[in-house]
Design a protein around this ligand. Structure first.
Ligand SMILES: [Zn+2]
Length: 256
């Protein structure tokens, strides 16, 4: 059965602290990831192609992948965007709209470094050149801790702002922290979103609910072969398989 993967990134920068390693992928590493994907025969697709796949049964290419970024960090423009353009790879950026033009305030409680977020000027520039934008709520809350009315407000306000600013319908969403209940996904649908990304790991196929898409989380220190393994097995943490690499390398060297 045809399946595709959605890769999840956050910052494309050198990590400033150990805590950031999981979320900050150095630009050079990011470029190597893309080179590996293309040279391994993976085909880049957009979030709109995924929407069409679920809503209109429009087929996707074999080995399709989507690049997604959560939160809307400024480095998505300054570091990731030029690389994506160089390789003609589309992407979707999920914006926490309350932080646009500001910093990652919601992360400061978690002792993360302060980082700049995208501005509307940067977002509009990318939107006119093949990058899609989705909502990631206004204030990046844990949606499972809010009552339904407040969840809907977070969804509708952020969707509306993106539509007002970009002049196009905002049909895509990503759950902050990947947290959701069945009810949350219903509210996402009622707000008018057609696709929504979770942080559950694994592949997607026709049987997947387009409002609970799965993703592979890419860490800043994932080497290309590690990323390859993660995609191969549909896992965020493929470390269980890593010893195999050493065994096969030893075996190969013995045979060679
Ligand atoms: Zn987030």
């Amino acid at each position: 059965m045809q399946r595709f993967v959605i890769l999840m990134y956050h910052m494309i920068s050198e990590p400033k602290t150990a805590a950031e390693i999981k979320y900050a992928c150095p630009p050079k590493q990011f470029e190597q990831h893309l080179q590996m994907l293309l040279s391994s025969g993976f085909k880049p697709i957009s979030i709109n192609a995924i929407e069409d796949y679920y809503l209109h049964q429009t087929p996707l290419p074999d080995k399709a992948f989507l690049i997604s970024f959560d939160d809307g960090f400024e480095d998505n423009y300054s570091n990731a965007f030029p690389i994506l353009q160089r390789y003609k790879i589309p992407a979707v950026i999920y914006l926490a709209t309350g932080s646009i033009g500001k910093t990652n305030q919601w992360m400061s409680k978690l002792t993360f470094s302060e980082r700049k977020m995208l501005t509307w000027t940067q977002i509009k520039d990318m939107a006119s050149q093949g990058i899609d934008f989705g909502s990631h709520t206004v204030s990046h809350p844990r949606l499972t801790e809010l009552d339904d009315g407040d969840v809907s407000k977070e969804l509708i306000k952020s969707k509306q702002l993106i539509e007002d600013q970009l002049g196009i319908e905002c049909r895509h969403f990503a759950y902050p922290y990947g947290l959701l209940t069945e009810k949350t996904s219903e509210l996402v649908q009622q707000a008018g979103f057609k696709t929504a990304c979770s942080t559950r790991s694994g592949f997607n196929n026709t049987e997947r609910n387009p409002l609970i898409l799965h993703r592979i989380e890419v860490y800043g220190d994932d080497s290309t072969w590690k990323l390859k393994l993660k995609i191969r097995f549909g896992m965020n943490d493929a470390s269980w398989f890593f010893p195999l690499k050493y065994y096969s390398a030893r075996l190969l060297s013995r045979l060679g």
